[in-house]
Write a protein that binds this ligand. Structure first.
Ligand code: HEM
Length: 227
């Protein structure tokens, strides 16, 4: 195993996670007022609605799919009756559908950010980078699901990428598992790790502040000021 592979598949993942954790603590302590998604809704609403809804409808099942494919070992799924064929059908068909929905959302959001003058003027360099990077990650993920899985049917990411991924969490990293992984998956994963490292320094921090408590919060009572 050469040094570059050790660097990419052992050092980079830990570096990304450490930057993500320490970065969030730092941002929380130093910039709570800046902890926001910096809404641009008041300058452009239509494309934001379409892009944002498509992206979020797509990405939530995609995240659940990543958990099923990367975190849950094959054998556990076999035990509950999900054999390889069934898993493959679900991963390729359902994965492709939601991959394309996420991609459509990202295309609308990215084109809005770059082509609508008012939105562009409100955007920082970090907003533009996050947008392009997310678009690229989604393109590479969808390409891997739709094309690579079909062109290289003998490649099984649940015996390579998924095992490599889980080994990181038990501090037993094994870069050799990534040696024969197709390039599109490698690029997808490295850029995915990069966005986790960037996360705390960008508008993506808003993800941790979804106002879930709004659903059952008490009413806010407004009273007329009689004076
Ligand atoms: C280091 C982290 C990541 C790893 C190890 C990873 C791994 C994978 C794998 C193995 C697939 C293929 C799934 C299949 O063919 O069934 C995939 C697909 C995909 N990934 Fe990732 N990914 C990561 C991060 C991300 C991030 C940050 C995004 C951003 C939204 C993303 C979006 C997608 C999309 C849209 C697809 C195609 C749809 C699907 O199959 O679910 N991934 N990823």
């Amino acid at each position: 195993m050469n040094m570059i592979e050790q660097f990419l598949w052992v050092i980079v993942p830990y570096l990304a996670v450490a930057t993500c954790i320490v970065g969030h603590i730092f941002r929380y302590k130093t910039d709570q007022f800046g902890w926001t998604a910096k809404s641009s809704e008041f300058v452009e609403k239509k494309q934001l609605m379409v892009g944002s809804i498509l992206f979020h409808i797509g990405v939530i099942p995609v995240i659940l799919g990543h958990v099923a494919g990367l975190v849950i070992p094959k054998e556990w799924l076999h035990a509950i009756g999900v054999n390889d064929h069934l898993y493959h059908i679900g991963a390729v068909y359902i994965g492709s559908i939601f991959g394309f929905i996420t991609l459509a959302g990202m295309i609308v959001l990215t084109s809005r950010r770059f082509t609508k003058k008012s939105v562009r003027q409100l955007s920082s360099v970090s907003d533009l980078i996050v947008n392009v990077l997310l678009l690229f990650i989604v393109i590479m993920g969808t390409y891997s699901t739709v094309v690579t899985n079909v062109v290289e049917p003998s490649f099984d990411y649940r015996e390579t990428i998924s095992v490599w991924f889980r080994n990181l969490f038990i501090f037993s990293p094994d870069a050799s598992l990534m040696a024969n992984v197709p390039l599109s998956f490698k690029i997808h994963i490295l850029t995915g790790l990069f966005i986790f490292a960037m996360w705390p320094f960008t508008r993506l921090v808003h993800v941790w502040s979804v106002p879930v408590s709004y659903i059952n919060r008490s009413y806010i009572i407004y009273r007329r000021n009689k004076r």
